[in-house]
Design a protein around this ligand. Sequence first.
Ligand code: F6R
Length: 631
Amino acid sequence: MAGCRLVRVGRVCGIVGYVGHRQALDVVLGGLRRMEYRGYDSAGVAVLDGRGELTVERKAGRLANLEAELELAGPGRFTGTAGMGHTRWATHGAPVDRNSHPHSDAKGRVAVVHNGIIENFAGLRAELEAAGVELTSDTDTETTAHLIARAYDAGPTAGDLPASVRAVCRRLEGAFTLVVTHADQPGLIVAARRSSPLVVGVGQGETFVASDVAAFIEHTRDAVELGQDQVVVITRDGYTVTDFAGEPAQAKPFRVNWDLSAAEKGGHEYFMLKEIEEQPEALANTLRGHFTDGRVILDEQRLSDQDLRDVDKVFVVACGSAYHSGLVAKYAIEHWTRLPVEVELASEFRYRDPVLDRDTLVVAVSQSGETADTLEAVRHAREQKARVLAVCNTNGAQIPRESDAVLYTHAGPEIGVASTKAFLAQIAANYLVGLAVAQARGTKYSDEVAREFAELEAMPAAVHRVLSTVEQVRALGRDMASSKAVLFLGRHVGFPVALEGALKLKELAYMHAEGFAAGELKHGPIALIESGLPVVVVMPSPKGRAVLHAKLVSNISEIQARGARTIVIAEEGDETVRPFADELVEVPAVPTLLQPLVSTVPLQVLAAEIARTRGYDVDKPRNLAKSVTVE
Ligand code: F6R
């Protein structure tokens, strides 16, 4: 344990709490199964029986390890109708049993699960050790269990669990969601949040808390979104919300607009495969209701038309695939609005002193709405007085909460760690932002906006057609599974598609993959080409972008001449490219700016199939988690 104090332990975890009339263990495990995408380094549960006994079990590795352990323990050990659970993604500190949650105090009367980082934990730990408390893990979380137990045992909050939790929360720095139980209080669970997600589920004679509504959607669709620095007490009869000082506070009820089937695999081997197939629906839902009376409408619009008219530059900030969606949208937004658009990795944005003022529109794109880098970029932008519009797939997440306006992507829950349907929905939503700004600024006439919107509306059908032809891509994936590396090339909007294709392959198949702007090839990367190397080329339309098309055909012939195996994604009927394609994957003809919505799909399928063939878990790639709430 020497030196452990210096280890910062952070998590992007899934947490769930339950009080009701069912066996808590079943409810909690069901919730954890649906939240395992948030982290799978360890899992744990705690159940309170009605006689003041608290039973905890936790196990390193996937939830299945914990379930096997519980099986061994046999039925009966975990009876009780209140409980909590946790699934962990560790950033520092070994994912071993003793670091797994729930954490307890020395007497085993308190159990705590936690998502986030307690930044001042070293000081709190030193204080506890000085008071003679022996800590048994390397985590920051354990300190909270001891502190809450001590606050409950003596002093002004003695015997009052909610007050004890609030008192400890006031001392914590960093981002956290905590769920706390005490053996003396079997009928209630206390949860608190600061900058980490927490929602309440309100059922009939049962109440839930969780990081994500997916954890309780099986039981209720009535949810409540907690605000910043709030504490909620749940009992089987309902919930009460206060701030950290104990003053009554408002939380926002909402109804979840998707059901259990959306959060289940529905006969698919992996969530990702289901989510790839759901893309037409995700696009249609994202667009639905956003064009009314001849105008593009945003969701939670706290920006006036005048604000949008005043915009003189746009930044898109995001990470990973969401960043690629921004790179795609840059072409459309600049074209439609005639404004300069910069697309920035959120993790770089605030460290390079970007030029921002109140006429800058920052579009923060995030599926989860809780990515720490993107959230910090939003905060930085707002400090500099820029207007922030969030594009987000998660109702009430932190990024939309802290933004001036929101456009929700209605892709439904995305459980597979690799983004697929959310990515396509992000592109569509970014385009809506572009159209809304163009409309406000008058750089597009209303009939032009209507035409662009109609073209977007035709995309679900186009994506559907792509999906009906992917068997060829699957066969190709199986064939490519033993390749050592794959390159991806594109131009114009095809360039970010190439980057996205490479990212999918890296994260799912653990294969070296690189995306390039095809024009850059001769400036260095062409040296990588060797006999048999697969190179995936995303072709522009021969009609829409004839000049680019011709240039890309030359690029393909150059690499083919050097022995590469060319896999070409091209528009149906593109005969010019056929002689240069060792494999030709055809996608429907669509307007140039919308091409990424069709050409990305075969690349997703390719990566998933290569990963499957190599025997990897497509939904849970190694070292990754769905939401990255640490910088
Ligand atoms: C890749 C992927 C990630 C996310 C990135 C941002 O398949 O899923 O690169 O796109 O971590 O996540 P959000 O959109 O939740 O901010």
